[in-house]
Design a protein around this ligand. Sequence first.
Ligand code: UDX
Length: 459
Amino acid sequence: MKITVAGAGYVGLVTSAGLAELGHQVTCIDIQREKIDLLQNNRLQIYEPGLRHLLAKNLQNGKLVFTVDPHLAYSNTEIIFIAVGTPEKSGGSVELKYIHEVAQQIAHFIENDVIICTKSTVPVGTNDLIKQIIENQKAPTLRAEVVANPEFLREGSAVHDFFHGDRIVIGTDNLEAASILKKVYQSLDIPVIITDIRSAEMIKYASNAFLATKISFINEIANICQKVGADIEEVAFGIGHDKRIGPDFLKAGIGYGGSCFPKDTKALLGIASGVEHHFDLLAAVINVNNFQQSLPVLMAKEAIGSLQGKKVALLGLAFKPETDDIRGSASLRIVNELLTEGAIVRAYDPAAIPNAQRVLGDTIEYAYDLRFALHEAELAIIATDWAQIKNAPLEVYPSFMKDPIIIDGRNCYSLKEIQKHSLTYLSIGRRCIFKDSLIDDKKILHFKEEGSYEDCHFH
Ligand code: UDX
């Protein structure tokens, strides 16, 4: 089929490359000429495993074309995927101007009947607006069907998710459009769910909100575990065995980040309040996450007192491993709080340093090597569970730090392993290990409900 993808961002590129790989003829359009020039020359500006290879292969065999020309993109195509950004506006609402602009352009340039599928995450009711814009502005003889087709791609494994996702959601009341869309994906062995447009839009928000809820829930349990002397890893393993709960998204840590969960949870809160529904549960999920992101600095102050002039190695800037994306990353909050406390920060990340430099500039130092970040640091904070960080031998800490104190925001190490080394180690929802202490297993960090830590004391 002839397909156009509007938007050469992260979702648009994965969708374009994936559809081309399925055998479709894909044209990907973006308004940023520089980006399109780079893509045409096989240069990808984002780090996403497998994507570079897939783009290069399909560019070379002619299945994928990049353009900035709307006439080329829309005048002779059967299906148009909208994958432009829907960023957060101040106050938490969703910026829809890129969606509106694309809808107007599509209406103006189409020359045959088309199906328009919205991949971008948009508030419930947006596809009806897109439909209206196109109906009002297109040539009256043409038919344009609008379908909601939300994406569920995880950064870092988006290419895998395109080919092996858990479900494909198609939101439309038009059976013909649904069956054409099913054909687009027919070579994938993924269940297809056909629903009405508004339910499809809501499925995306509800999925992300539910996953965020799971994370904040386990983080709250972790914080209680820390107080009562239980171990969150054991607890998560135990509850995850219940099939009704499931083992995924029960990893306690310093909270969720990224371009979706923080934005989509706030947007859903806004959608609810727009219909006068107080979504208190979701508001609590967001508050818990804000608290979790502040935990490392609270713990650091607890462990070493004032951070003024202290050298801190921050391990990880990306919001999760296998991505260079720092949007919503706990590291940004940690840097901000460390600098406010007067600390000197040197950050290591295998992929996200260029993006971090754009945001943080020279307020911190950057290390392209984990050992360089640790060199002479008084405190190490693990913020992202990159393999390069969690598989680093524990010996590096005492080798490069004076008197190592590690705050592990991602529970990368087993406590048994830690105990074989001379380290002070504080993690999330597990007991603290203090260097050279004979009564390690009785020391518990205590923090108050409102978010500040009480003194570390013995049971
Ligand atoms: C998410 C959704 O998973 C995806 O379906 C949607 O389309 C986009 O948003 P993504 O943001 O790429 O994908 O990352 P994800 O792997 O879901 O992780 C989000 C955040 O939650 C990360 O910061 C991660 O560290 C954190 N997380 C995840 C936890 O803290 N604990 C967990 O158990 C799982």
